[in-house]
Ligand binder design. Structure first.
Ligand SMILES: NC(=O)c1ccc[n+]([C@@H]2O[C@H](COP(=O)([O-])OP(=O)(O)OC[C@H]3O[C@@H](n4cnc5c(N)ncnc54)[C@H](OP(=O)(O)O)[C@@H]3O)[C@@H](O)[C@H]2O)c1
Length: 295
């Protein structure tokens, strides 16, 4: 069992999921979180690109858990500069992971559905399990996979996440931003041919707490039910908001001008992890209701 009297390091503690992880872990452990450009109330500065993790103001010998939730997460940013983004997402990330392992800590690395090519089969999604081969088509996906390979080839946990949704008003994100536009009667385009699960940031944080407490190692998909297209999620949100569904304009992912082709099937099969968990992940439909009720 992980020694919970020891502290936790969360790299990337200022994203919505990073904040949720710090809240969750701080119920049981002393937590040090890091920021890069957006300091939080208690975070310490750390740049994965060049900083030595040994320079962090922490006692590595007294750490029990290391969670790597930081990095460059915008696919277009990674595509535009593969070398610079790899310095953060691969080299810097591996520096933290290897240092944790040197101190006998099994790191937890947050990965993504982007490790799959996302090809549809006969126009339909097929949620990927942990045994499906990773075959990324984007720079970001290849960077995530490179780190996964190191963690899975040594010690640690890889949590592959689907699209995250926070219900904290200040966090924004896919559903809250879409809701704001629909409430302003702004038409939105939504792809009918890109499919995804929506997963609550608080559930991801709770999974990390569970993984630490239960020494859950290896590869796990963290993804709530169900899988729908972006168009169908957007229509569901418009209905719940009581605004005209006509504001949601169907389109194809190929209609967007992007720096590189994107996966169309972003769906993950989260059932293996769900069977291990003592609670049920909040569904995408419940998250839509939560966000609309919250206002
Ligand atoms: N959001 C999703 O839907 C989603 C889906 C699948 C997987 N994930 C994974 O979940 C994790 C968090 O994603 P997110 O979308 O919530 O992230 P995000 O909002 O883009 O935040 C990224 C975090 O990394 C930090 N960061 C950025 N550049 C850094 C650098 N050079 N050195 C150190 N830290 C740096 C940021 O700090 P500052 O804000 O202080 O600059 C922030 O804390 C990532 O590993 C991502 O791959 C997210």
């Amino acid at each position: 069992m992980t020694d919970l009297s020891k502290g936790a390091l969360v790299v990337g503690a200022t994203s919505s999921v990073g904040k949720a992880i710090c809240r969750e872990l701080s119920q049981r452990q002393e937590v040090v979180g890091t920021h890069h450009k957006n300091p939080g109330p208690t975070t310490v500065a750390f740049d994965l690109e060049g900083d030595d993790p040994g320079s962090l103001p922490i006692d590595w010998g007294n750490l029990g858990s290391v969670v790597v939730a930081g990095g460059l997460t915008k696919l277009d940013v990674c595509a535009q500069d593969p070398e610079a983004s790899a310095r953060v997402n691969v080299e810097g990330t591996l520096r933290v992971i290897r240092r944790a392992q040197q101190f006998g800590i099994a790191p937890i690395f947050l990965s993504s559905d982007a490790v799959f090519s996302g090809a549809l089969s006969n126009g339909e999604p097929r949620p990927k399990t942990e045994t499906d081969p990773a075959d990324p088509i984007t720079v970001y996906g290849r960077q995530k996979r490179a780190v996964e390979d190191v963690v899975l080839g040594s010690t640690g946990t890889v949590l592959r996440l689907s699209k995250l949704v926070s219900t904290w008003p200040e966090d924004g994100g896919f559903l809250p931003d879409l809701a704001a536009r629909l409430l302003h009667s702004e038409p939105v385009r939504a792809a009918t041919d890109q499919f995804l699960n929506l997963t609550w940031t608080e559930d991801v944080a709770r999974v990390i707490g569970f993984a630490i407490a239960e020494n859950l190692s290896g590869l796990w998909h963290v993804a709530a039910e169900p899988v729908r297209s972006r168009y169908d999620w957007s229509i569901g949100l418009a209905r719940e908001l009581g605004v005209s569904e006509g504001l949601v304009r169907p389109c194809s992912l190929s209609d967007f001008e992007l720096d590189e082709p994107r996966p169309k099937d972003c769906s993950l099969d989260g059932s293996r992890l769900q069977q291990r968990l003592p609670w049920t992940l909040r569904t995408g439909d419940q998250l839509i209701s939560d966000i609309v009720r919250r206002g």
